[in-house]
Design a binder for this molecule. Sequence first.
Ligand SMILES: Cc1cc2nc3c(=O)[nH]c(=O)nc-3n(C[C@H](O)[C@H](O)[C@H](O)COP(=O)(O)O)c2cc1C
Length: 442
Amino acid sequence: MGGELWAATAVLAWAGLTAWSLRPRPAPGAIAEAATLVVHASQTGSAEALAEETATALSATGLSVQRLGLSQLTPELLAKAERLFLIAATTGEGDAPDEATGFLRRLMPTPPDLSHLQVGVLALGDSSYGHYCGFGRALDSWLARAGATALFDRVEVDRLDPGALAHWRHQLTAVTGATFARETRSRPHRPWRLERRAHLNPGSPGRPVYRLRLRPIGDMPDWRAGDVAEVELPEAVAGQPGQLRDYSIATVPADRAMDLIIRETVRPDGTPGLASTWLLDRCRIGETVPLRIRPNRTFHGPDATGPLILIGNGTGLGGLVAHLSERARAAKPGPAWLVFGERTAAHDALLDQRLQGWLASGVLTRLDRAFSRDKGGARYVQDILQAEADTVRDWVERGATIMVCGSLKGMAPAVHAALRDILDEDRLLDLREAGRYRRDVY
Ligand SMILES: Cc1cc2nc3c(=O)[nH]c(=O)nc-3n(C[C@H](O)[C@H](O)[C@H](O)COP(=O)(O)O)c2cc1C
């Protein structure tokens, strides 16, 4: 963040602080219900975790705080609230997270009068994308158009930069007096031992994919299918402390191990990716990997008895098989259909043994794979969906949830377009809003 912006922010923070301290502070308990709203729009859980931290810290000051997802925000709640802290991630290419769909449809087009409301916005993003913090910025201008008063300048956070997050906490402290417990500043990483590393696609025309098996030192922590492992790179590898990399977790705690499916990456300048080089090459078996688990609610599965369509490609298979593993433990798992895409049947049928086992036991009802480099022409997951359009509609009619995991470029937009064709735009929006169309794409 540039010095100029810091300076501007400091002035605004001061203005905000002054405005705040001039307002009569009601005694705790006398505050109107949910005078303070802490609202998140999260795709992979970071914004939600920060909202939880924020709500906890504000509640501890005696404020009456309600934490909710953006789509649960109603004009009535906004009318009654005195202040709003909004924490919003950006996904896709400058898009709103899926959990914001209801808000986008109902409130975004016509801002209500919010001239009574004081607001603070935290925008999470990644500056390597074209539309940096696009959705947080859009919300910020929506609030301004609605007449809301900014308590401080919007705080933008690039790849969860600890300095920018400290700035957000500092602003909150300045305007509310909230304090942040040390442990909430950064949930600690725990050491996990690298137990095994298996090359999953020898001979593939694509870059190597590995399955890493990790075990915690100490107790097995709890997590759910869909959650994310944040690996902290050693300073010696990353050149600076606190560099994190996210990976979908491919197992559930009942598997007694954490598997991550990781592909060797190459940076745009042709040099190997830091994290994948470390995890796939340098880190020796038996060494420890600092890791913490981030709950990723938007990619948790539906009730295990409901039908499930899993769609993905490449390492996205990791995020999908965790759901099958979770269902394998359910008393009566509902039908599950996996549609998976890779390059060649001979070398890229990743985790085939496991998938065949689940087919045999009935955890997986149906498996369709599309290979793009096999003889007979390129075939992709969207082609399977189109060819099976009636089946897709039938599963959705019977209540199926659709979960997509894998490439943001290519696969996710093509799958989205195919589903829109098959189900129509409105139906797909309804599913997205109802949590029956969930995506974890990267
Ligand atoms: C698939 C994907 C697309 C993203 N697109 C953007 C983007 O267009 N602009 C941006 O600033 N950040 C983008 N990001 C970065 C996220 O906003 C950032 O990682 C944020 O911390 C995620 O918060 P969440 O875990 O609450 O979803 C993207 C991240 C992912 C995984």
